[in-house]
Ligand binder design. Structure first.
Ligand code: ATP
Length: 254
């Protein structure tokens, strides 16, 4: 019998405050006003879990996602990944973390450099992780197969503007998976796509999550998306967590 999965990520009293521009009255009073984008948040993510972070615009979802991946530094609190506080990581330890934790960008049209070929964009994480060049093609082929685009040669030398939004989002996903991470944060992964191609991308995401045993966070304001893909939902409001539980409970009584 296997016990409950261990925690992969532990978020502990996390805060992120952004400085706002100061008015004359603020200067006079010595005030430094801040936006409390994330304001004392704690939760754990178990290995293999898919969790949605839901909430209205401006509640701090994107900031939370960026903190989880150490793309920005917190004002206070900790994010532990596999027991290690990532907020203080540097050098080779930070590189090792970056290989295991990846972001799937919101907008595939912005996520890929328009001057890079698809092959170059796809293999960029391998370059950053110093994977030998002769292994790049093999990794690229594997990642493209995962997103159901097995014919790498058909796309390799193309540029982003020559592909459809759905194809680009698959490439963005393949790039996020090319280092075989065990943690992925997807920020509004299908919001820029036509409804007709959304289901296809979401199915691919579900499939890779299951085959790779990924721990995944999906950031969205769309309850239907979260319901489709996440067994657990965290709801944020003005920088704090107001609800955390099985998605079905949130759907029944949002
Ligand atoms: P959306 O769904 O619209 O993307 P969100 O829930 O992801 O919203 P965040 O983007 O995390 O919300 O923003 C939370 C708050 O922090 C907002 O009030 C936003 O204006 C503010 N904020 C975010 N980034 C910065 C920044 N770099 N500088 C100043 N304020 C910021």
């Amino acid at each position: 019998m296997t016990g409950p999965a261990a925690n992969l990520v532990e978020v502990d009293g996390l805060t992120k405050h952004f400085a706002m521009s100061r008015s004359l009255a603020d200067f006079a009073a010595g005030r430094r006003p801040v936006v409390r984008a994330v304001d004392g948040v704690s939760f754990d993510l178990r290995e293999g879990e898919s969790v949605g972070i839901l909430g209205e615009s401006g509640c701090g979802k994107t900031t939370m996602g960026r903190l989880l991946l150490k793309l920005i530094d917190p004002t206070g609190g900790a994010v532990r990944f596999d027991g290690v506080d990532i907020t203080t990581l540097k050098g080779p330890d930070l590189l090792a973390f970056r290989m295991q934790a990846q972001l799937v960008f919101q907008n595939p049209f912005d996520a890929l450099n328009p001057r890079f070929t698809i092959f170059r964009a796809l293999t960029e994480p391998l370059v950053n992780a110093k994977v030998p060049q002769e292994e790049h093609r093999e990794h690229a082929l594997k990642a493209m197969r995962r997103v159901h685009m097995p014919d790498l040669d058909q796309y390799a030398e193309k540029f982003p503007h020559q592909l459809s939004g759905g194809q680009l989002q698959r490439i963005v996903l393949a790039r996020a998976l090319i280092l075989e991470p065990n943690f992925v944060v997807a920020d509004e992964p299908v919001s820029m796509l036509d409804v007709s191609v959304r289901a296809g991308i979401l199915n691919v995401m579900r499939e890779v999550r299951d085959t790779l045993g990924l721990t995944a966070v999906y950031i969205s304001h769309d309850l239907a998306l979260v319901r489709y893909i996440c067994e657990r939902t965290i709801t944020m409001y003005l920088g704090i967590v107001v609800e955390d539980g099985p998605t079905e409970d949130v759907v029944r009584d949002p």
